[in-house]
Ligand binder design. Structure first.
Ligand code: BGC
Length: 525
C-alpha cells in the first residue's frame, strides 16, 4: 500500500524500510571490495622492508640500510625507485577511476566491481612471479586499475543500497574491509618475512585471494535500485527495492528515485555539468575531503610503519610486529565509527578525530625530535622510548580510523545528486589516489629533510581540515540520499549556491510541500 511521505524533524522524508538480512548480506559482500585496497596498502610497506626483496630489486637501498650505523637515521630509506614501486599503483588507480565513472553510470555498479576484482587478480599474478623491477611496476599498475574500479563503485553501491538510517554504518563496512585487508597483509608479511628468498612472492601473490572474493561477490550481487532506474529498468527496480527494504510500501522512495533519474537524464555531460555553480558545494567536497584525508598523514604509517619503526631502532621482526599492532588498532577503532556514525553524526567524528590526531602528531614530533634532533645521528631509541612513540602512533591511528578514514569514503558517496554521482565519485577517488601517490612518493624524502618536523607538517593540516569541516560540511546523518539537496540549501554558506527551484532529487518535492528548514530559519550547518 502506498503511504504518504513521513517527514522527520529535520525536514527530510523518512522512507519505510528495515535492516533486512538481504540488505545486510548484500552490503557485507559488497563491502569486501575494500579488501583489495587494504591488502595492498598493508602488503607494500612490509615487502619493501624485507631484506631479500630489497636485495633482489633495490640493491642500493639494501646496502644503505646495512651501512654503518652512524648514517643519518632520517635518510636511510630515501630511494626514488623504491617509492616509485609503492606509488605507481596510485597513478594507475587515478586513471582507471575516471574510466570507471562511465562504466558505473552506464552499465551499473556491479560491473565496475567485477572489473576491479579481475584486474587486481591479474596484477597479483604478475607481481608474484616478478623477475625484475619492470614486472613489479606492471603488476602494480594492474593492481591500481583494479583499485580504481572498486573504490569508485563500492562506496556508491553501499550508500544506494542501505536504508538511509543505517547508511553510515553499512557504508563503513567498506572502510572496515580496508582495515581488515591491511591487518591481514601485516600479519602475512610478519610470517612470510621468515621464509627466506621468496616469502615476498607469497605476500604479493596473496592479493589474488581478496581479488577472487570481490570478483565472485560482484557476480552474485544485485544492482542497486537507483542504478536500475537510471538504466530504464523500472519494473526490476521496483521489485528489487521491495526486496531490499523488506516492505511493500516503497512507492514513495521509488518515485523519488525515478524523479532523481529523470533529472539525471537531462544531463548529457556529467563532467562539464560538475562545473555549474549549483554543484559548487559537491565539487568542493569531492576535492577537499580526499585531499584532507591524505593530508592527515595516515599513509606514512600505513605504508612505512615497518620502515619508520626500523628508523627509531626496532629490529626487522619488531618492526613488522609493530605494524601488526597499528593494523589491529585500525580495525578495532573502525568498529567505533560503525557504532557511532548514525548516532553521533559525521561532524562530531570528524572534529573529535581531528583534535586527537593533532595531539598525537605533536607528541610524536616532540619524542622523535628530542632524541634524533636535526642530524638524526643516533643509532636507536631506548626501547621504552620507542614504545611510547608506538603508543602515540596507535592513538593517532584510532582517531583516523573513526573519523577521516571511513568518512573520507562515506561522505562523498552520500552527498552527490544522482546526475553527477558517478562522475563526482571518480573525482573523489582520483584526488584521493593522487595525494596518496604524492605522499607515498615524497614521504621518505620529506622525512630525510623535514625530519621530525614532518609530523608537525601533518598536524598543521589537521587543524586546517578541522576548521574546514566545522564551517563548511553540513551534517548528513539520517537524510535519505536522494534528499540531500535540502541539506545544502539550508547551509549558511552553500545555501546561496543552490537555486530555490532547484533543490535536487526529491528535495524539490520536500520544499514544495512546505517542509520547514531546520528550525525556522536557515541553520548554520
Ligand atoms: C584511506 C587510505 C588509508 C586507509 C587506512 C583509507 O580510508 O583512503 O589511504 O591507507 O584508510 O585505514
Amino acid at each position: 500500500m502506498a503511504g504518504g511521505p513521513v517527514f522527520t524533524g529535520k525536514g527530510g522524508k523518512a522512507y519505510p524500510g528495515n535492516l533486512t538480512p538481504y540488505v545486510l548480506a548484500t552490503c557485507i559482500i559488497a563491502a569486501m571490495g575494500g579488501l583489495i585496497f587494504g591488502y595492498d596498502i598493508g602488503i607494500s610497506g612490509g615487502v619493501t622492508s624485507m631484506s631479500m626483496f630489497l636485495e633482489k630489486f633495490f640493491p642500493d637501498v639494501y646496502r644503505k640500510q646495512n651501512a654503518h650505523s652512524n648514517t643519518n637515521q632520517y635518510c636511510k630509506f630515501d630511494s626514488v625507485p623504491l617509492t616509485l614501486f609503492t606509488s605507481s599503483l596510485y597513478l594507475a588507480a587515478l586513471l582507471s577511476s575516471l574510466v570507471a565513472s562511465t562504466v558505473t553510470r552506464k552499465f551499473g555498479r556491479k560491473l565496475s566491481m567485477l572489473f576491479g576484482g579481475v584486474l587486481f587478480c591479474a596484477g597479483a599474478l604478475v607481481n608474484a612471479f616478478a623477475q625484475n623491477v619492470a614486472m613489479l611496476i606492471i603488476g602494480r599498475i594492474l593492481l591500481g586499475f583494479g583499485i580504481g574500479f572498486a573504490n569508485q563503485s563500492v562506496p556508491l553501491y553501499l550508500s544506494e543500497m542501505a536504508p538511509y538510517k543505517y547508511r553510515g554504518a553499512l557504508n563503513i563496512g567498506f572502510q572496515l574491509s580496508i582495515t581488515i585487508g591491511i591487518l591481514i597483509a601485516n600479519v602475512l608479511n610478519y610470517f612470510f618475512a621468515k621464509i627466506h628468498n621468496w616469502g615476498w612472492r607469497l605476500s604479493l601473490g596473496g592479493a589474488m585471494v581478496p581479488a577472487i572474493i570481490i570478483s565472485i561477490g560482484a557476480l552474485l550481487l544485485p544492482d542497486t535500485p537507483n542504478s536500475l532506474i537510471e538504466r530504464g529498468k523500472h519494473d526490476e527496480a521496483m521489485s528489487k527495492l521491495r526486496r531490499v527494504r523488506g516492505v511493500d510500501d516503497v512507492e514513495d522512495e521509488f518515485n523519488d528515485l525515478v524523479a532523481a533519474s529523470e533529472t539525471s537524464k537531462l544531463v548529457e555531460h556529467p563532467w562539464r555539468n560538475l562545473l555549474q555553480r549549483k554543484y559548487r558545494p559537491h565539487l568542493t567536497m569531492a576535492i577537499a575531503i580526499p585531499f584532507f584525508q591524505q593530508l592527515t598523514g595516515i599513509n606514512v604509517i600505513m605504508f612505512y610503519a615497518p620502515v619508520l619503526f626500523k628508523t627509531i631502532g626496532f629490529k626487522d621482526n619488531a618492526s613488522l610486529m609493530s605494524a601488526v599492532i597499528t593494523g589491529g588498532v585500525n580495525v578495532l577503532a573502525t568498529l567505533v565509527s560503525i557504532y557511532g556514525v548514525d548516532k553521533w553524526g559525521r561532524r562530531f567524528l570528524f572534529l573529535e578525530g581531528g583534535v586527537q590526531m593533532f595531539i598525537c602528531q605533536v607528541a610524536v614530533a616532540i619524542c622523535i625530535g628530542v632524541k634524533f634532533g636535526t642530524t638524526g645521528a643516533v643509532t636507536a631509541l631506548p626501547q621504552w622510548y620507542a614504545i611510547v612513540v608506538v603508543l602515540f602512533i596507535c592513538i593517532y591511528v584510532s582517531a583516523f580510523a573513526w573519523s577521516w578514514g571511513p568518512l573520507g569514503w562515506l561522505v562523498p558517496s552520500e552527498i552527490f545528486p544522482l546526475e553527477i554521482r558517478s562522475a563526482a565519485q571518480s573525482i573523489n577517488v582520483s584526488v584521493n589516489m593522487f595525494f596518496t601517490f604524492v605522499i607515498a612518493q615524497v614521504f621518505l624524502i620529506m622525512l630525510c629533510h623535514l625530519k621530525f618536523g614532518l609530523f608537525l607538517f601533518f598536524a598543521f593540516f589537521v587543524v586546517v581540515m578541522s576548521v574546514f569541516i566545522y564551517f563548511f560540511l553540513p551534517e548528513t546523518k539520517g537524510i535519505p540520499i536522494e534528499e540531500m539537496g535540502m541539506v545544502w540549501k539550508n547551509h549558511w554558506f552553500w545555501g546561496s549556491y543552490i537555486p530555490d527551484d532547484e533543490v535536487h532529487n526529491g528535495g524539490t518535492t520536500a520544499l514544495e510541500m512546505g517542509v520547514k528548514k531546520n528550525g525556522n530559519s536557515k541553520s548554520v550547518y
